[in-house]
Each structure stands twice: as structure tokens, then as C-alpha cells.
Design a binder for this molecule. Sequence first.
Ligand code: HEM
Length: 275
Amino acid sequence: MSGDYGKNPPLSYNSYLRVQDLINLQDCRSDPAHHDELLFITVHQAYELWFKQVLHELDAAIIFLTNDKVSSATRAVHRIVEIEKLLVNQIHILETMTPISFLAFRDELNPASGFQSMQFREIEFSSGLKDESILGEFGSDPFAHDRLSRRFTSPTLADAFFALLERRGLTVIGTNEREKRGRAILEILTHFETRYEEFQLAEALMEHDEYFSLWRSHHIKMVERMVGAKRGTGGSEGIGYLRTTLEKKFFPELWEARTYLDSDHGRSGCPFAGQ
Ligand code: HEM
């Protein structure tokens, strides 16, 4: 395991993963450094690394779908879901910090906030939830604004999904886009055995939406436990604002279709009955 390699030492674990750089990226602002600030920074940085991986998979899933590689797209979304399960659980590590410990360095964070997480917004945009007002919030951060603008004008995972269904002749009936999409989902949910590939993909997308939403709920509970109804460091009302985000959905049609699904499919209005 050791030897004289001159100027070119062999690749090592630490050099490949750039561990020296990585463990030097946690700059505590409290002085003297508060014990729990390292945890606070580490948890947030770990989130950002996983967000990067989620975006990598999202981009791949969109390309796979565009090229009709449905199983590969589904696999990519499954990986996203597994990461999201971890992201929900990661909140509990932060909850080991007591509220009074957090208050000891919270003021140092002003006016920074998770609200400004560029990659979180990129995930929202590329999944299907674009919001121009959010884009506007990044006006003073050209790097983030540039990345978000590109995603704002690019097809989303939801676009790629419905484009696939259209190519497969599933979005033909309905008076408007929403109805056509809804009926396509009903067809998939009803005939899940014959439409198994589409069904598995739709379920994976649903899980992506569900776990992202579960993260939102857990985050709110953690925020309330930590700071009650105090205003956020980003300037919002805090939990009051966060609660308004709970109903956000990447694929509203997937959720809505459940309402119109019936076991009498075919006789009671299935647009695809008999096909
Ligand atoms: C002690 C821990 C935390 C507290 C007290 C907290 C508090 C808050 C508050 C009050 C907001 C509303 C915006 C504002 O006015 O600041 C917010 C938003 C947000 N936080 Fe946290 N947060 C914590 C941890 C985290 C962690 C670990 C993440 C992981 C990345 C995170 C990500 C976000 C995101 C993405 C938003 C924007 C949500 C949206 O607009 O939909 N936060 N947070």
C-alpha cells in the first residue's frame, strides 16, 4: 500500500473524492464557533449535494422519455424517490439541535434562507412547477438566475411524460389539455396491466411528487419545533408562509385522476372503452 511514486502518487480515496477540499468548506460564522453550527452547515451542504444528484437524474429521465426509453426513465425516477426518502429522514438529524442552541447562532444567518436554494428551485422547475416570481427572486444572483432561466424555458419532466403519452395515442380525447391529460391517466390507471410500462412510470412520478411534498411537511414541523411562529431569516412570515406551499404539485393531473376513477370503467364513460 506504500512505495516511492515520485511526483505522481497513485490515485487515492482522499484525492479522488477531494476530501481535503470537502472538509474545508464548512465556515462557521459564530465566533467562537458554536458547537451546533457545524451540524447546521453539514446538513444543508449534504442536501445540496443530493439536490445535485436529483437534478442529474431528472435531466436523464427527461432525455430518456424524449427518446421513448420508458424503463430507463422510470429507473431514474425511482432513484430520485430513494434520495428523497433520505432527505425527509435527514431532517431528524437537525432536530437533535435544541431550539436554544439554534438561537445562539441564528442571527448570524440573516438574511440567508433555504428560500434561496437555487437547486431546490431547479428541481421544482424541471419537475413541472415553474414560477416566474421565484425566478425574479434570484435577480441579484447571476449564476443562479442563469441556471434557473435555462430550466424555466426547457421542457419539464411533466412535459416529457405527457409528450410520451401523446405519442402513444393516449391524449386524444378531451376539450382541453387538462382533460386530455386526465383521461390519459384514467386509461393507464384502469388498464394498468396492459399499460404496465406507463403505469410504473406514472406511479414513480407520483412518488416523486409525494416525497417532495412530505419533505415540505416535515420541514414545516421542524421549523415550528425550532422557532415557533417567528419570522424566517429570509424575511417571510415563517411557518405561515411555508404552509401556503403544501398544496404545490408537480403532476396535478396524476392526483386529480384518482377522483374520477371508477370501478365501472368502460360502461360509465371510459373514453378508451372497446379500444
Ligand atoms: C433549523 C433549521 C431550519 C429552519 C429554522 C428553517 C426555517 C425556514 C423558514 C422560516 C423558511 C421560510 C423562508 C424564510 O423566511 O426564511 C424556510 C424555507 C426553506 N427552507 Fe428551511 N429551515 C431550516 C432548515 C432547512 C434545511 C435543512 C433545508 C434543506 C435544504 C431547508 C430548505 C428550505 C427551503 C428549500 C425553503 C423554501 C421552501 C419554499 O419556499 O417552498 N431548510 N426555512
